[in-house]
Design a protein around this ligand. Sequence first.
Ligand code: F0G
Length: 463
Amino acid sequence: MKNKFKTVLEPFKIKMVEPIKMTTYEERQKYIQEANYNIFCIKAENILIDLLTDSGTGAMSASQWAAMMEGDESYAGCRSYYKMYDAIHELTGFKHIFPTHQGRAAERILFGIVGEEGKIIPNNTHFDTTRANIEYNKTEAVDLVIQEGKSPSINHPFKGNIDLKKLRELFEKHKGTDRIPVCMLTITNNSGGGQPVSMENIRETKKICDEYGIPLFLDACRFAENAYFIKIREPGYENKVIKEIVQEIFSYADGATMSSKKDALVNMGGFLAFNDDDLAQKVQNMEILTEGYPTYGGLSGRDLAALAQGLHEVIEEDYLEYRIKSTQYFGDALIKEGIPVVFPIGGHAVYIDAKKMLPHIKPCEFPGHALACELYLEGGIRACEIGSLMFAKKDPATGEEIPAQMELLRLAIPRRVYTQSHIDYVVEVIHEVNRNKEKIKGYEIVEEPPFLRHFSAKLKPKK
Ligand code: F0G
């Protein structure tokens, strides 16, 4: 650790700025009303601090922009592809590397090939698009995160770990049936609060997979953040450099899906990488059909060049120290004021437990959403509800809504975009909202689409 002071020093300086449009409370009242109280429908220019996602919202470095100028736009075999190949191969060791336009495209191709009716794919926790792509292929997506990973308040250094006993039981139950084509592990576990998976858990998962002849694939979006948590929390890794830790992580995997919009530090892109030659033939066919020629896969040459450079930068320890420390700083500032958050603080986001913070709002009146609206009105901050607006299910018999397991508000932090004073501002706004929280009202849905309603539903505050 090179910075012994408590200030989280951003290890970069700013060369280009993008103005933030300042707005008043009254203006924001108008904008949110026009958006039918749906946070996704507010124009980004009317947001002061946008914490909706850490996906594709990061800032590229001068070296990445410079690399883009060198992008080779040849249709086949472009130089930028080989740069990207080398960068990914160096970290993962995988032989076959297919770029895709984003993470879910890699998932669609993989599960379109290995998934079919009657098959089962386990994971610590499937991210929404992973689950959706699995289920779209009539395959069952099973979540097997450890018990500690399901409770917001329990402290555990690796809450993203998969339950090895349950995994073995699942494999044993379906032994010799070919029903489990692949086992997934999401690092870090986004749906469980951005929690890391330990090296020991990855290693043991691979051992069990090997015993049953099942390949292990990583959902590797936030692999570098996960590696840093291993370095600072897992005995035996404190003196290793991040690159070595990353290489060890991937050495236990047979393949990976990746959204480069996270830990490859680019605004768009993804890839699917693995060793299996037969699978490569099938993936190549699907890639050509739906993404593009395999050396560009839906991306421009310049995107591949920026991605290659991003992978070099994301494993820099100064960057990761700042990244994890700044998320922790944000979380600690909320904890200090007694705001209930998912504990411990994860890598890419802070999650507020809205059910606990706003106990007077019933889950069917969306406490997480109510808090999101209030943060926007009070301070122009945008965050994402992960609760009953997003995940409630309808009881097929009664049509009644079954609320989600948790009512969370995720404040995801774009990479290298906001400074400590932006975060201090967000903290101040949340404290103010917390002081007046009894006045916050629940919401009701006025109009909703048949699925993925959180993106476009129209809502209004309860009287
Ligand atoms: N896997 C995980 C763990 C993710 O967090 C995401 C995206 C994906 C796969 C899909 O990648 O968006 O490039 O297609 N997560 C974003 C988020 C959308 O806000 O957490 P993609």
